[in-house]
Write a protein that binds this ligand. Sequence first.
Ligand SMILES: *Cc1c(COP(=O)(O)O)cnc(C)c1O
Length: 365
Amino acid sequence: MDQWQKDLKASISDVETLEKVLGVPADSVRDVVDRYPMRITPYLLKQIKKKGDSLWQQVVPSPEEMELEGSCDVEDPLHEEADSPVENLVHRYPDRVLLFVTNQCPIYCRFCTRKRFVGSPGTLSPENLRQACDYISEHKEIRDIILSGGDPLLVVDRLLERVLKALRGIPHLEIIRIGTRVPGTLPSRITPALCNILKKYHPLYMNLHFNHPDEITPEVGRACGMLADAGIPLGSQTVLMEGINDEPEVMIRLMQKLLAIRVKPYYIYQADLVQGTAHFRARVEKGLKIITALRGHTSGMAVPHFVIDAPQGGGKVAILPETLLHIDDETVIVKNYEEKIFKYPQPKPKPTSLHVLSSSHHDCE
Ligand SMILES: *Cc1c(COP(=O)(O)O)cnc(C)c1O
């Protein structure tokens, strides 16, 4: 067994251990954990500094997860199942697909969009992988695949390589992406052996999940450095959550710390309408305020897109603070980060090529 597998095995996953280690009464969350599995890796446990802090809230089950009243939350708000042509494959956008490689994760985020199935046993079977590859092979418009789950880095190297190899056999598949929370929650999984496998399948990108600046530790920095040294461009995805990262100051620090460990902020998500996660949801204005606080005030590299993944499978929609105050044929009026107003003169409308011909002809006469 590799060290990371031992670390995973030493995670907290039952309510009795949770009570012993963190003092949460076992009976208060027994039904929650029966329904939605829990896992807290030893690494993550070490990062929890006190009851109710940003990491605690993300991984410690709460009775609030069982509250349903007055909510329009559902198990599959993004309608992933409706957009699934083959088991474990989601095809929503024209040129890219999502493939669920496993139901397992290093930790079970209490706010997870896929609360409906994560934590149940299950990894992509060889037969299922073949079906997914057949589908992609038949759909030449697919040029991008995102390995997701669950967390694709929780499968053993041999299986991960089998998936990557099968996908690389499809000529029109240009890029492979991996979405993972492993570097920030089980950094021992990022081994030289893993990096050696991954770098054989370039162009390969990774989007890492981080929600709070306290998640950026020296261990995490080292893991991300190894991936970056393997030539993998790293992005980040963050979920906006009430009381965890809804203050601009917290989010600015997170984005700056990510850049410092070679991770380029990619998305901040408005929390999805998932059953059992309502207590995490912040208002959309908070996200807009965060983007406003980032843009212009710090490196443009640190500014991700703030998106709402529209319910019922509408896909991601970017939400932007208003900076375009007016636009007409002659003038554009914009507001900068200091709230100063500027006028930009539009170029004259370009004549069409036909006009160019006739007017130049005219000029010569
Ligand atoms: C998020 C998502 C993608 C990838 O979207 P990008 O904006 O390209 O990162 C693809 N498919 C599904 C179903 C998704 O939810």
